[in-house]
Design a protein around this ligand. Structure first.
Ligand SMILES: [Zn+2]
Length: 340
């Protein structure tokens, strides 16, 4: 059997004809297997959805109960029969509930990794390498120039700025699912125990993380009233305020006097991007692999073939070929990598 007969890239997403399902489809389909809760991978309107328990919770939180005709929980590591194939979900280390999906038939196994990273993240289970014939990977940061620093450095930069500017609020832009909770949790691990203020859009996901056992410490919504009692005379003076990147362009951000604008993203390693966004304190914290993590992961799994879904595909395909691994770019569209 050719691998394309087991899993086939289509404009709707990866399609498994033997199992009758799509993985992370970009349009509503009959049966969808979902790797994780980010909006570009987990869309509403499918007839049947299978995902980890946490991802199903995240989808229900974002889209409302009844976001799909039916839901099935995929426990990590458990082999399940769908049509003529066996599927299993394995931790991806990207955000809470994120999973790789292994699809197997007639002695061939393909792993669709979704989004993943290899760094420690106290808010989700670590990536599990799964042996396979074909490994499907993204390449958001698939160029040798991308080397994400240790996130401890970045959290310490934020703490140092708080100490240096105790009269200014520190506004931290962070993607609402995963990044925001990881930044908050890492601040707690580094000893920051004051109330952290959050944008309303983060409230429900932060509560969901807390209910899943990830203690984020004292959080409060960054309302006008909260601001009044937060500082000594000045609203939110010396406070950490976390919000989704989109909130920083609207009126919400103007309630903070003379804020230090921070943004937590893998893209912050590009100085010009930070400048364009008016970011004073870039924090290079990524939920994706950098170049070394991508190539080390492929070397560790050592598949016969690699498919690269999206991102900077050509460099990674070339690296695979030089390493003696067959590789092809899939040029899949609909998977957004800018916000993370
Ligand atoms: Zn993602």
């Amino acid at each position: 059997m050719r691998p394309e007969e087991l899993l086939c890239p289509t404009p709707d997403g990866l399609w498994c004809p033997l199992g009758g399902f799509h993985i992370d489809p970009v349009r509503p389909v009959a049966r969808a297997l979902i790797t994780h809760g980010h909006a570009d991978h987990a869309r509403p309107g499918h007839q049947a959805v299978m995902a980890t328990r946490e991802t199903l919770r995240i989808m229900a939180e974002r889209y409302g109960a009844g976001f799909a005709g039916s839901e099935a929980v995929a426990p990590l590591g458990e082999a399940m029969r769908i049509g003529d194939v066996t599927v299993s979900f394995h931790a991806a280390g990207h955000v809470l509930g994120s999973a790789q999906i292994a699809v197997e038939a007639k002695g061939m196994r393909i792993v669709a990794s979704g989004d993943y990273k290899r760094r420690r993240d106290p808010t989700c289970a670590p990536f599990e390498p799964v042996q396979c014939d074909v490994f499907i990977t993204e390449a958001t940061f698939g160029l040798p120039v991308f080397r994400h620093p240790d996130d401890t450095n970045e959290i310490h930069k934020l703490l140092a700025s708080l100490a240096a500017f105790p009269e200014r609020a520190h506004l931290v832009g962070a993607y609402a699912l995963g990044k925001a909770q990881r930044v908050i949790k890492r601040l707690r691990e580094e000893g920051y125990d004051r109330t952290i203020y959050i944008h309303g859009a983060l409230e429900r996901l932060c509560r969901l993380y807390a209910e899943e056992g990830i203690d984020l410490g004292p959080l409060e919504q960054a309302t006008v009233e909260a601001g009044r009692k937060s500082g000594s005379g000045v609203d939110f003076a010396g406070a950490v305020v976390v919000g989704p990147p989109s909130a920083f362009a609207d009126r919400w951000a103007r309630r903070f006097p003379d804020p230090v604008s921070c943004f937590a993203s893998g893209w912050m390693s590009i100085r010009q991007r930070a400048k364009q966004r008016g970011v004073e304190l870039p924090l290079i914290i990524s939920d994706h692999c950098d170049w070394a993590e991508l190539t080390e992961t492929i070397a560790e799994i050592s598949p016969a073939e690699v498919w690269v879904t999206h991102g900077r595909e050509e460099a990674l395909v070339r690296w695979c070929e030089l390493a003696g691994i067959r590789a092809r770019p899939l040029h899949m569209v609909g998977y957004e990598d800018e916000a993370e």
